[in-house]
Design a protein around this ligand. Structure first.
Ligand SMILES: NC(=O)c1ccc[n+]([C@@H]2O[C@H](COP(=O)([O-])OP(=O)(O)OC[C@H]3O[C@@H](n4cnc5c(N)ncnc54)[C@H](OP(=O)(O)O)[C@@H]3O)[C@@H](O)[C@H]2O)c1
Length: 160
């Protein structure tokens, strides 16, 4: 596998990521960081996230995970992570940002080599969560503290 998978996600103190199809918070600066990171990049996206928020990733090149097909888009659709890896190899894609939602973060977790994790000062309700993971599996590359959120750029430790 040559392609590198990098997750980009914002989660609350209890790994909350979604509520009623949207984000549980409104943090324009964090959202801007997300948009700036994925612009012009390949992004791996779940069918639900793509249908809900496809317009947020205008300028990116979406690769959609679904067991079905898309009605309103010509974006390529894949039914497994291995099909995405094969496609990336064929197309010589070296980097794909995983942009969720919850099911797709869960599916891609073993494939990740980097994680751009925004931890939001949020302890409220959610209906979608980032999968459980251990900070010990990751080494810190860079971190930034912002108002109400912190950004952690982490790299998977080689032995995990
Ligand atoms: N905070 C954040 O950083 C962040 C980021 C992204 C999204 N979100 C939030 O997350 C929520 C959406 O997440 P979600 O978990 O409900 O949905 P999702 O992960 O966006 O999409 C789920 C869909 O992915 C497809 N899928 C799942 N497993 C698959 C597999 N093994 N093979 C092929 N396709 C597969 C299925 O599509 P089909 O049904 O078509 O088969 C499934 O219905 C929203 O609330 C959104 O706002 C938050």
């Amino acid at each position: 596998m040559r392609v590198k998978f990098i997750a980009i996600a914002a989660h609350g103190k209890g790994r909350q990521i979604g509520l009623n199809g949207g984000l549980p918070w409104n943090l324009p600066a964090e959202y801007q960081h997300y948009k700036d990171t994925v612009r012009d990049q390949y992004v791996l996206v779940g069918r639900k996230n793509f249908e809900l928020h496809g317009s947020d990733i205008e300028g990116s090149m979406p690769l959609v995970l679904s067991r079905g097909s898309l009605e309103k888009s010509t974006a390529p659709v894949f039914d497994s992570m291995s099909a995405v890896v094969d496609y990336a190899d064929t197309m010589a894609i070296d980097k794909i940002y995983v942009i969720g939602g919850g099911e797709i973060y869960n599916l891609s977790l073993p494939y990740l080599s980097e994680f751009l994790c925004s931890v939001v000062d949020y302890e409220g309700p959610a209906d979608t969560y980032f999968p459980e993971y251990s900070f010990y599996d990751w080494e810190m590359v860079h971190q930034e503290i912002h108002d109400h959120w912190s950004l952690y750029h982490m790299r998977k430790r080689p032995d995990f």
